[in-house]
Design a protein. Structure first.
Ligand code: ADE
Ligand code: ZN
Ligand code: ZN
Length: 260
């Protein structure tokens, strides 16, 4: 191969790497949330879910929402994973996106599951999607600003390699921690019944606000171009854990309510 060809290929490859946005809470993150939820289901909910999923766990199906992104047939769901609106506005104060968003996605899934007339296939599809979306809602950068696509356009480095703020929160910190979802779920902070109940309080609108408040802080947690390393994870890891745990507890609340 000529040198010129090699150079062009190398440049193409590098661009490819820097533009490819993962854009999802890592598989491990989603599974951890699914696992926490699984541990907090009522007996009735567990039975109803088992029937629909043929015994598959919530952890297993939690990545479904991202898995189907590879199929063009599901393109219409691509905006369901996040919601972007100004940090100084409330979700309910802004015009809803015509493409849908994570809040509408969750509400749609719940409605399908509650409707006796829904087909079994639809119930299975929207149950899997619901598990995924409640996880996404708790990745704070999924409730971000439109102008930077929830931090996707905020370039930073992760251990010297090009990345962005969104990806640091989607996957870098969780992947660097290098634990399985079962290990993560088993080692989350111990909470009393009362603390769990407090986390499960409120509605999807409250939870969106909470993620947004957190996102606002995260936008100020980095300088553009900064090389994030151990120190960043050290500061923010407990927040990652809390988000995974809250997502799981709240998913259980939603599912217990659906399969009542
Ligand atoms: N694309 C545009 N905004 C996004 C966000 N907040 N999260 C994930 N993907 C996005
Ligand atoms: Zn993401
Ligand atoms: Zn997603």
């Amino acid at each position: 191969m000529k040198m010129k060809t090699i150079t062009i290929l190398a440049i193409f490859f590098m661009l490819q790497c820097s533009f490819a946005n993962d854009m999802f809470w890592s598989k491990t993150g989603h599974r951890t949330t699914g696992e926490v939820a699984q541990q907090h289901l009522t007996r009735k909910a567990k039975r109803g879910i088992d029937k629909l999923l043929n015994g598959q766990s919530l952890a297993l199906v939690s990545t479904f929402g991202d898995d189907i992104k590879a199929d063009a047939a599901y393109k219409k769901f691509s905006a369901w994973h996040y919601v972007n609106f100004p940090l100084d506005k409330k979700y309910t104060d802004v015009e809803p996106s015509e493409y849908g968003d994570v809040v509408m996605g969750i509400q749609h899934c719940v409605a399908i599951l509650k409707d006796e007339k829904s087909s079994r296939a639809d119930k299975v599809f929207y149950l899997k999607f619901l598990v995924h979306l409640v996880g996404d809602l708790h990745q704070p950068m999924h409730v971000g600003r439109k102008e930077d696509k929830g931090g996707n356009d905020i370039q930073v480095q992760w251990f010297g390699k090009g990345s962005n703020l969104h990806r640091v929160w989607d996957s870098h910190m969780i992947d660097a921690y290098n634990m399985s979802y079962t290990e993560l779920a088993a080692n989350l902070p111990r909470l009393s019944k009362k603390q769990k109940k407090a986390i499960q309080q409120g509605t999807v609108y409250d939870w969106v606000e909470e993620s947004q408040d957190l996102a606002a802080k995260l936008y100020t947690s980095v300088e553009v171009g900064e090389n994030l390393r151990y120190r960043y994870s050290y500061v923010w890891w407990s927040t990652v854990e809390k988000q995974l745990q809250k997502g799981g507890l709240r998913l259980a609340k939603v599912l217990n309510e659906v399969f009542k």
